[in-house]
Design a protein around this ligand. Sequence first.
Ligand code: SAM
Length: 203
Amino acid sequence: MKEHILEMEQYATEHNVPIIEKKSIAFIMKYIKNNGIKNVLELGSAIGYSAILMASSSKDVFVTTIERDEMRYMECLKNVKKCEMDKKINVVCQDALELNLSEDLKYDLIFIDAAKGQYTKFFEKYKHFLTPNGTIITDNINFHGYVGESSKIESKNLRSLVGKIEDYVEFLKGNTEFDTKFYDIGDGLSVSTRKDETSHTNK
Ligand code: SAM
């Protein structure tokens, strides 16, 4: 397993596939373990690196992960099999904004790690699939230190993308349904928990 993880890190570097930073995935794995998380939904599988590590963080956690890029989806399936995680990870090849999940499905953790310009849309769509005590974690909330500095960015495309992450941060801060904590871990993580819940603590 450790060997396969190293291979995935190498593959990601060689093929320019963005994967989560080690400190960030370590934080999420600890969160899963400490909060007794059983069902995780991940938006943005890439090659399965974070899904496999999340699934390995506790004996009874199950991960569903969604990826729209077919090549990455195939690579993800291959890695899940290699790591013998087929029974713990379900990989779906579809655009997460177009997918219609059954309303009965509920997740106690949703990890948003797909298109950064769409974070608010992902949050609004998928919050309905959270258990009452559920949490949404989002990666790249600092986006290489650009977030909060968008007005100084010259490239129009980058400025627009960073602007969307800044809007998402404001959306989370003003969201009265969720209590959001921001962490300067890796590329920045936000942890949004429903306000009325008491059982999740960030141990
Ligand atoms: N979570 C992965 C990891 O750490 O190993 C990394 C995910 S990578 C940062 C983002 C992935 O999200 C890309 O592979 C991209 O194709 C996928 N993606 C972007 N928008 C998506 C969408 N709307 N639906 C599904 N996948 C999407």
